[in-house]
Design a protein around this ligand. Structure first.
Ligand SMILES: [Zn+2]
Length: 427
């Protein structure tokens, strides 16, 4: 039944997904030169769309005297200017293509600095993303409609939880809303029949730890444990393997970039070469999104440090797609309360809620110098009422386990040149 509901929903929402998935299953057998021919063709198309239909790229290419015709090889990409996060955030309007698209979605993100971005994503690009994920699933013999436990999207209002639960149940999905004992036990119970566990690796780790500590039953039908959105720390791996009997595999991507890499069963993160061109410059990743026509992203500094494997590295799985050795700089650090430990993505939700529910969009950085204490640096000037809203939102997540200080009108500091939303100076 879930299969039918899933396929119907997919047809309505993402009409081009099926075709794209078939293409990706075909291209996964391609040689490097076939992949690169395809990349060049897509790159030329994206560059031409960028130049001819966005104000931003027209101006920035003209400034250095480059025309779309100058892109004759993948190497020519280096002629184009680098796009920083700042460029992106301050030119959202002029980065959009004036072309018409059959169908668009609004994609939004809260970036690593806490700056939120919202842009239009054409249906083909959205479908390409999903198809890329489903291709990754297929390596584990996993169908997207199989039962899955989602460790993501903590939400605290009851009405939202109910709505989410209904939507989840249609997708054969259940999720963990809190670590509260009964809720947690019911979640672990449902895991028994799950084929997939996915979410932030720090949360998967926390759950694994609780399962191990309390000797709770281990899921038996799992095919894949997938960690997203942050570097998987080595100390997470052992705990997760022990709790779930499977190693954690990683999916790497971002809203603006799409899926960048997906780990194969042999443990290598293959670049999603049909979707992105990845450059490594001074250990930093630059992304060119080859599918996002409505909002071209070319040579974008995503803000992560990475290490690409040598192009000669061969994977036993048979895929020729280049390999990402390591994501070195997207660390999901823990936040220490007086008596408990919390994942740092709580900050993401605190500020996302403020924006969603109170139209209060803040640039922030949270600093922890001592366990049980947090300093919230806010760039904007806050009214008393706004400070109270922020305090209330923080309390929803940390209750009385944290002493907080809020400083508005502050400069947000960068660490090793990289702006971070959370800086921990503990250990
Ligand atoms: Zn492989």
């Amino acid at each position: 039944m879930f299969k039918q509901i899933f396929l119907l929903g997919q047809k309505l929402r993402n009409p081009s997904l099926e075709k794209t998935y078939d293409f990706l299953k075909e291209s996964e057998k391609w040689s490097i030169s076939q992949l690169e021919i395809y990349q060049l063709k897509r790159l030329q198309k994206i560059v031409s769309i960028a130049y001819n239909s966005t104000e931003f790229y027209k101006e920035s290419f003209d400034q250095i005297g480059v025309k779309p015709n100058d892109i004759k090889s993948l190497d020519d990409l280096k002629k184009l200017p680098i796009l920083t996060k700042n460029d992106l955030l301050s030119n959202v309007d002029s980065l959009h293509s004036s072309n018409k698209f059959q169908k668009i979605f609004i994609a939004s993100t809260s970036g690593t600095t806490g700056n939120s971005l919202s842009f239009k994503r054409n249906e083909e690009a959205d479908s390409f993303n999903r198809a890329s994920i489903f291709r990754g699933y297929s390596w584990y013999d996993l169908k997207p409609w199989e039962s899955n436990g989602y460790f993501w999207g903590f939400s605290f209002s009851k009405s939202k939880q109910i709505k989410t639960k209904i939507l989840d149940s249609l997708q054969n999905r259940f999720r963990l809303f809190s670590y509260e004992e009964n809720e947690f036990k019911s979640f672990v119970n449902k895991l028994k029949n799950a084929s997939l566990i996915h979410g932030y690796s720090s949360t998967i780790y926390q759950v694994a730890k609780l399962i191990n500590e309390n000797n709770l039953p281990k899921p038996k039908k799992l095919k894949l444990v997938k960690g997203t959105s942050e570097k998987i720390k080595d100390r997470y791996r052992e705990e997760i393997q022990k709790a779930f009997g499977l190693k954690i595999s990683s999916e790497y991507g971002a809203t603006e970039s799409g899926i960048i890499a997906f780990e194969c069963p042999e443990g290598n993160m293959h670049l999603n070469m049909e979707g992105v061109i990845v450059e490594e410059i001074d250990q930093e990743i630059l992304i060119t999104n080859l599918q996002l026509e409505s909002f071209p992203i070319i040579r974008y500094k995503l803000g992560d440090y990475i290490r690409l494997a040598s192009k000669e590295k061969i994977c036993k799985c048979g895929m020729k797609h280049h390999i990402l050795e390591e994501i070195t700089g997207r660390i999901g650090e823990e936040v220490y309360g007086i008596s408990n430990i919390y994942p740092s993505f709580y900050f993401y939700y605190i500020f996302k809620n403020l924006d969603k529910e109170h139209q209060l969009l803040l640039n922030y950085q949270v600093i922890q110098n001592k366990k049980g204490e947090l300093e919230f640096k806010i760039e904007q000037t806050l009214t008393n009422n706004e400070t109270e809203l922020l305090e209330t939102e923080i309390k929803k997540y940390f209750k009385t386990d944290m002493n907080i200080r809020i400083n508005d009108k502050t400069n947000i500091q960068s660490k090793k040149g990289k702006l971070k939303s959370f800086i921990s100076n503990i250990n």
